[in-house]
Design a protein around this ligand. Structure first.
Ligand code: PRT
Ligand code: ZN
Length: 210
């Protein structure tokens, strides 16, 4: 039996479940359940918060998982990555107030930036030789400039409409992300065999979609 962790409810959930079903795996999914077993494959599925998935897979609580690269790399666990899955695409971007003057990244020197991704942001600023004051907040990042908490924000963007409706302008792409399959690095032979079977099926699904 191999244990897979997916997001319980959020932007990764539907496509994660769809992918497993497209792999020909059947299971009952009641929204109240935190755990379920497939009926036609030796697979157990855990439903978790996305932020907890990389740590659980690293620790072996789950054997494999599906998570956004943004969360995986922020948590410093990119070595667990096995396969890009092509859904939940988004980007981590820097944005400033619509009316703020902005030339290039050096405009942020000495400024304060609110984000839930301090590690990805710090790495980007360091690579550009810019020093800024990073304020880590866990949510509602987009309102930080309008309430005077920060000069800029660094947040996840997909359509861009959330930035616009908060009077912000996207100025730099810090990181591009999509969902990835991750795996514990010390799987036993039996679990490795099951992972290979799953990967084989996922590749067939992806080929059929091209
Ligand atoms: O409860 P749990 O902790 O499991 O979920 P969560 O609320 O932390 O995550 P969730 O479900 O919002 O996102 C899960 C993953 O989906 C993220 O880690 C990304 O990899 C990916 N993803 C794809 C997104 C988006 N698109 C996205 N648009 N994650 C967040 N957003 C948010 C963003 O934070 C911003 O508030 O959507 C808003 C911007 O969207 P646009 O379309 O207006 O630009
Ligand atoms: Zn989360």
């Amino acid at each position: 039996m191999i244990r897979l962790a997916i997001q319980k409810s959020g932007r990764l959930s539907d496509d994660s479940i769809k992918l497993i079903r497209e792999c020909g795996i059947s299971f009952l999914s009641a929204s109240s359940k935190l755990k379920t077993e497939a009926t036609n494959f030796p697979l157990e599925i855990l439903f978790l918060r996305d932020d907890d998935i990389p740590g659980y897979v690293a620790d072996g609580v789950a054997d494999i998982g599906i998570v956004g690269q943004n969360v995986l790399v922020e948590e410093g666990l990119q070595q667990l990555s096995v396969k890009n899955l092509g859904f939940s695409k988004c980007r981590l971007s820097l944005a400033v107030s619509k009316g703020a003057e902005y030339g290039d990244i050096t405009s942020l020197e000495g400024k304060s930036i609110a984000t839930s991704y301090p590690n990805l942001l710090q790495e980007y600023l360091t690579s550009k030789g810019v020093q800024a004051d990073i304020h880590t907040i866990s949510g509602s990042v987009e309102i930080a400039p309008s309430i005077g908490l920060a000069d800029a924000v660094c947040d996840i963007v997909s359509s861009g409409s959330t930035l616009i409706s908060n009077g912000l302008r996207e100025v730099e792409t810090v990181f591009k992300s999509e969902a990835v399959l991750i795996a514990n690095q010390n799987l036993d032979a039996e679990k490795n065999k099951l992972l290979k079977q799953l990967l084989f099926r996922m590749e067939a699904v992806q080929r059929a979609q091209k």
